[in-house]
Design a protein around this ligand. Structure first.
Ligand code: ZN
Length: 442
């Protein structure tokens, strides 16, 4: 009895130490460090909204927060403030990657099946430590990591290590194993005698009891979001089919929402997307074969699209070494034609676009290629920037703390060479990174 009581007393402090229980995905600042004040002086500030950058503005940061934003002359910095000049740069919100897999590495290094079946969790975590650092240094200060793909709950520990300042990395929102219906996902193709013994890249769940238990079990292990595969290639001829019935999809969202979690749905077919949208998921991931009708439905239900253009583009690069990423203003390769068509339908329908690339399929640190590809396929640079900052933050339920350069927001700030609102390629030239008031790159 005594031991039980002691445990009860210890648990709340553990939760705080692990960066759970609060909003913000874990900043990683050292609570014992003295509070410092820094005046950042770039050439201009882009605040994360649809308005143009402001020339000659500055940003004052105290501790973990932005305390003032405005014309430099209007900001009175305290005497002990440190001034950092960032000439020729645009200071902007730290970018958000809404669809990462920190526990995967590019498929041309190791095929996905082999990562799931032949790489130990320790090996995968060791890689993920490097991936987290590369992501932060590329200017992405927050990620929503959408599945460990066979590495169990390793994303939860990775998030805790970052939040506690043990390793550098972005704020993390995690889903743990993700959910599939039985037989929907992979690795597959083994003899029938072995099929039940093959570890899967996500957790199988079916029916009322099974689904409720698995959704709750993932939350118990630390899932901030629930990720579901609304469709996948498991039809009689390997074609993509919905994974869950409408009732099952509804249940997944209902159980997650009851516990205050939102749902992200992998979906590429019209029917998979429709079921997920009607069930009330917050985001559709990929959406490659979306139709005008299904994007209209998304708009009506305020469901966001995370297009992951970079994933498809990268797989083409990996298959064909003579293929190079098309740059803004260049011709669009035929391999991106279908993506271009569905992306245009989504834009025309007024669907909210959230920036997310499916990085892990390609190299961590190259996340910004998604913004370049969004512009290549028809978005204005400022809209691609909004998608990857304030729109992502709003989708995460953090629109009042992340994704904008505003007083009272977390000091997640980056500076890029040039002006990304006129030339999106500037997001590849990150000169300065601050997360939660701590400078990681200068
Ligand atoms: Zn993914």
């Amino acid at each position: 009895m005594k031991r039980y009581l002691l445990l009860l007393m210890v648990v709340p402090s553990l939760l705080v130490a692990q960066g759970r229980g609060g909003r913000g995905g874990g900043g990683g600042a050292n609570a014992n460090a003295p509070v410092t004040t820094t005046l950042l002086v770039p050439a201009r500030v882009w605040d994360g909204t649809n308005s143009k950058p402001h020339d000659d503005w500055a940003v004052l940061v105290r501790g973990t927060q932005i305390t003032a934003v405005g014309p430099r002359a209007s900001i009175s910095a305290p005497a002990d403030a440190k001034t950092i000049e960032l000439p020729n740069t645009t200071l902007m919100p730290g970018m958000i990657e809404a669809h990462s897999h920190l526990l995967l590495h590019p498929y041309n290094e190791t095929q996905w099946n082999d990562q799931v079946l032949h790489e130990s969790e320790a090996l995968r975590v060791a890689r993920a430590v490097n991936h987290a650092k590369a992501t932060l240094m590329a200017g992405f200060t927050t990620v929503r990591d959408l599945g460990t793909e066979g590495a169990g709950y390793a994303d939860v520990g990775l998030k805790q290590a970052i939040a506690q300042g043990i390793i550098p990395g972005p704020r993390m929102y995690v889903v743990t194993k993700a959910i599939v219906s039985t037989g929907e996902y992979g690795p597959k193709g083994f003899t029938t005698e072995f099929a039940d013994m093959i570890p899967q890249g996500a957790e199988e769940a079916d029916g009322v009891d099974g689904i409720s238990r698995v959704v709750r079990d993932q939350m118990k292990h630390g899932a901030d979001w629930i990720k579901v595969y609304a469709d996948y290639g498991y039809g009689p001829n390997g074609e993509t089919r919905p994974g869950f019935t409408q009732d099952e999809m509804n249940l997944i969202v209902n159980v997650a929402n009851t516990a205050g979690r939102q749902v992200a749905a992998h979906a590429s077919t019209e029917e998979g997307m429709r079921r997920a949208i009607l069930a009330g998921v917050r985001t559709i991931e990929h959406g490659d074969n979306g139709t005008a009708a299904v994007f209209k439905l998304m708009k009506e239900h305020n469901t966001c699209l995370v297009p992951t253009i970079a994933a498809g583009e990268s797989l083409t690069e990996q298959r064909d070494t003579s293929f190079h990423m098309p740059m803004v203003g260049g011709s669009i390769p035929t391999s991106l034609n279908r993506k271009q068509a569905s992306f245009k339908l989504a834009l025309d329908a007024g669907v909210t676009i959230c920036g997310g690339s499916d990085v892990g399929v390609f190299t961590h640190g190259d996340e910004a290629k998604e913004l370049q590809l969004m512009v290549l396929l028809g978005m204005k640079p400022i809209d691609a920037l909004v998608a990857s900052t304030s729109a992502d933050a709003a989708m995460l339920g953090m629109g009042d703390r992340l994704g904008s350069v505003k007083q009272g927001f977390f000091a997640d700030l980056i500076a890029v060479d040039g002006d990304p609102t006129t030339d999106i390629n500037a997001v590849r030239n990150v000169k300065f990174v601050m997360k939660n008031g701590v400078i990681y790159k200068q």
